[in-house]
Design a protein around this ligand. Structure first.
Ligand code: NAD
Length: 259
């Protein structure tokens, strides 16, 4: 099979559903060998289904690893290196969105939500990137972080999630400065608007009611972003021709987020 990402090995964290699954499929369609990732045995069937939808499923693998731990990040990278000897593309996608009102009286819930989000959305991306460095191809490699429009266009009740995504945005810029000459890679991020994935649809109704006016006023059309639109943008940043794009934060929201 030929394709613009032929010969590339890509890790996509959290790719048994939602945006990660769409990114994995798009990269595989373009010829990449993909290392899918799911967090626990309960997600294995979903990951296997995604894998079997690839044009050449036998060239790719699915790895169980919880990215909210450093050990999980290392497990994922070791599995990729053992199978393919190198990694060209890392997509830091695994993330969860939990509500986090600053004045929520439930201390235990607030502490737990903060810990879960910082561990996966923040530390998870940091440690997975750290773990991948020693096997990253030294030429034309790519790191793409899945940020969120909410780090630029604030939404009520989401300051905790927005704060952690803001951290990922800042990490993107820091790595975009640090890594290209040393590791031959570019580092970019995308900022999707609202994407109707399982993760988003499982958020409380009040969160969805809150963002409805934002979706309805989208300049291009009154609808959410699709996972495929995110996947196309991520894949575009992974192309060799995108080598001069570094440190960018690309909004994918029909003009409802302008950076
Ligand atoms: P989702 O819940 O639909 O899918 C998340 C995926 O991550 C699943 O495959 C899940 O199994 C996996 N995952 C969860 N915990 C994990 C862990 N500890 N280790 C490894 N994998 C794990 O979520 P989504 O809506 O597709 O979101 C994906 C990314 O996009 C997240 O970083 C999210 O913050 C970001 N994002 C989502 C939206 C949106 O509206 N859906 C908007 C902007 C950004």
């Amino acid at each position: 099979m030929s394709g613009t990402l032929q010969g590339k090995v890509a890790i996509v964290s959290g790719s048994s559903a939602g945006i990660g699954a769409a990114v994995a499929k798009e990269l595989a369609q373009r010829g990449a060998t993909v290392v899918l990732n799911y967090p626990h045995a309960g997600e294995k069937e979903n990951a296997t289904k995604i894998l079997s939808s690839f044009p050449e499923p036998s060239r790719s693998i699915a790895v169980e690893a919880d990215i909210s731990t450093y050990q999980g990040a290392k497990t994922l990278v070791h599995a990729a290196a053992d199978a393919f000897r190198k990694v060209d593309i890392l997509v830091n996608n695994a993330g969860i969105m939990l509500p986090g009102d600053l004045d929520d009286p439930d201390d235990a819930k607030v502490e737990s939500n903060w810990e879960r989000m910082i561990n996966l959305n923040g530390r998870g991306a940091y440690f997975l990137t750290r773990a991948v460095l020693h096997v990253l191809s030294r030429e034309n490699s790519r790191i793409v972080n899945i940020g969120s429009g909410v780090s630029r266009v604030p939404s009520t009740g989401q300051s905790m999630y927005a704060g952690v995504k803001g951290m990922l945005e800042t990490l993107t810029r820091s790595w975009a400065k640090e890594l290209p000459r040393k590791y031959g890679c570019t580092v970019n991020a995308v900022a999707p608007g609202i994407v109707a994935t399982e993760g988003y649809l499982s958020s409380p109704q009040f969160v969805r009611d809150m963002v409805k006016p934002f979706v309805d006023s989208t300049p291009v059309a009154p609808r959410e972003t699709t996972p495929e639109e995110v996947a196309w943008t991520v894949a575009m940043l992974c192309e060799e021709k995108a080598g001069w794009l570094n440190g960018v934060y690309v909004p994918i929201a029909g003009g409802s987020i302008m950076i």
